[in-house]
Design a protein. Structure first.
Lengths: 257, 279
């Protein structure tokens, strides 16, 4: 308990120290606002512009979560398919890797062409950004399930679905949650990319407009909001992860029991 | 009923498991390996048969064939008069590794067969918190694991896990129990304790048991019949009843009769071992 408290204290001190150093360096070298605004100034901007920024924050959060939700559903479906069938693995994997290698900025104009500017392309971009890590992790988890564990079930004449449900998927959960933490941050990247290119709402759009107006403190305020949202969601999924996959970390008091 | 009636082996109405001229080969062409060659085996209902033999003689292969985990290349495997895939027989299985699912508690692991095997699976939803739970706890108590139901597998020792694994193999009251060296990785004292528990459970529940083991004392203590196998291709070369009365005890294994029986088995296995090829 004590050491945990000390760890939290150390990490909080480090974060605060980072911003203090930033502030101090800006003062010391007299850095212009247009190049790098001071943290204090960013926070002032954040507070002053809060009523205007709030709806954009909600828009970005909403878009990301919808895209992320679709990404999870499709990612699990593809992952299960690829992970449980050798043929599907051989056929789909090269395509998947190829698809994942495409820079997502390049895909946004196509989505805009199909669905028009606005929320839909942002949701889709967030979705395709986060599918790949989920698919790879779910597929790996399923493909590396110990045959002995499956034998136990097969000796009981369990169906393939029984085995998937009772052995494959639970065993894959640690892999899945590890991928979710990566995927949720990628979903933000996807949303903001699309908002920057083709939308009139969202934090990405705010930052785009602010930078063309040389309103650099506002740009950084947008960055800060994105970073905060990313950290918050990461933390939420970490908590869910440790509750569901505590067995993998051998926690004595994990909650599923 | 089936062509098995034509074979010369004695057949009783009680026959439960039947291997008829079963062959199993792995690979193809020059690399083909015959793991099991033309094996006949008949096990009566409620019998306890031990398979002993040198390593690699196909003992576990027979087990997997009877369980339906692998299919015979030639020949037939019947259970309760039907081919292995079609037979609706409840099978319990325990391996050398306890193979507990780490995300479940010990009790949930023990209850797993009830979740899968009919007719229990239809009632699992309504009974898993009452009747089935009590049944798992009762079994755990019988093997000396009372109070460990809520623990996770990694919190238990190897011997304790093997006890839990026995519970899982028995919880759905299988007609057929497959034991693949379940006591092989345990220390001498735990092993002897589990033999006694196993014997007790078998005398109470009377499943048909097929035990694969390297330990002749274990085979003599537990089995009613011992089959000796040779290696490559695996075949059964000796099949003898074990005459000692039950319940058997560890002291019994030091009597001259018991020792001479295990000696005879030992000689059979040693002579069945292939001559070492000199390089």
């Amino acid at each position: 308990m004590n050491s945990q408290f000390r760890r939290h204290l150390a990490s909080t001190a480090f974060i605060i120290g980072f911003f203090l150093l930033w502030e101090a360096l800006c003062w010391a070298f007299n850095v212009s606002d247009i190049v790098l605004p001071k943290p204090s100034q960013i926070i002032v901007t954040l507070v002053q512009r809060a009523p205007a920024l709030w709806p954009h924050t909600l828009q970005t959060l909403y878009t990301t979560m919808v895209g992320f939700a679709f990404g999870i559903v499709i990612g699990i479906a593809l992952g299960v398919l690829i992970g449980s069938s050798r043929i599907a693995y051989d056929v789909a994997y090269p395509l998947l890797v190829g698809f994942a290698s495409i820079p997502k900025v390049a895909v946004v104009p196509i989505f805009v062409l199909w669905f028009g500017a606005g929320t839909v392309p942002a949701v889709l971009t967030a979705m395709i950004m986060c599918i790949f890590p989920i698919v790879v992790n779910v597929a790996t988890g399923l493909a590396t399930t110990e045959p002995e564990l499956e034998d136990v079930m097969r000796a009981l004449r369990a169906t393939k679905l029984d085995i998937l449900w009772n052995v494959g998927l639970p065993r894959t959960m640690p892999f899945f949650f590890a991928s979710l933490k990566v995927a949720v941050t990628l979903a933000f990247v996807g949303t903001v990319i699309s908002e920057t290119v083709a939308s009139n709402r969202g934090i990405g759009n705010v930052m785009m407009i602010a930078s063309s107006n040389f309103d650099v403190p506002l740009v950084f305020a947008g960055l800060l909001i994105l970073a905060f949202l990313g950290v918050a969601l990461y933390a939420i999924f970490s908590v869910i992860e440790s509750r569901i996959t505590g067995w993998a970390h051998r926690k004595d008091n994990f909650a599923m029991g | 009923m089936n062509s098995a009636a034509e074979t010369e082996l004695p057949r009783t109405d009680d026959t439960f498991v039947e291997l008829e001229k079963v062959t199993l080969t792995y690979g193809r062409g020059d690399k083909q390996v015959t793991a099991l060659g033309l094996t006949d085996l008949r096990i009566d209902k409620g019998d306890f048969v031990a398979l002993v033999g040198p390593s690699g003689c196909g003992k576990s292969t027979i087990l997997k064939l009877v369980t339906g985990l692998i299919t015979a290349s030639e020949g037939y495997v019947y259970i309760a008069g039907r081919e292995v895939g079609a037979a609706e027989v409840r099978v319990g299985m325990a391996f050398q590794n306890p193979t507990m699912l780490p995300w479940l508690t010990v009790r949930e692991n023990v209850m797993m067969p009830l979740k899968i095997v009919p007719p229990f699976r239809q009632e699992y939803r309504s009974k898993h918190k009452t009747e089935f739970r009590d049944r798992a706890d009762a079994l755990l108590k019988e093997v000396g694991l009372a109070g460990f139901g809520d623990k996770h597998p990694w919190q238990l020792s190897g011997g304790m896990l093997q006890r839990a694994s026995l519970c899982r193999a028995l919880v759905h009251e299988p007609q057929l129990l497959m034991l693949d060296e379940p006591f092989g990785a345990l220390d001498q004292f735990t092993r002897e304790e589990l033999w006694a528990i196993m014997q007790e459970l078998w005398m109470k529940l009377k499943p048909t048991v097929l035990l694969v083991t390297h330990d002749l004392k274990e085979a003599g203590y537990l089995a009613t019949r011992i089959c000796v196998m040779t290696t490559r291709p695996g075949r059964i070369v000796d099949d003898a009843a074990v005459p000692f009365p039950r319940p058997r005890t560890i002291d019994m294994s030091y009597t001259p009769e018991f020792v001479s029986m295990t000696q005879r088995l030992r000689e059979l296995i040693v002579s069945a071992r292939p001559v070492k090829e000199t390089v």
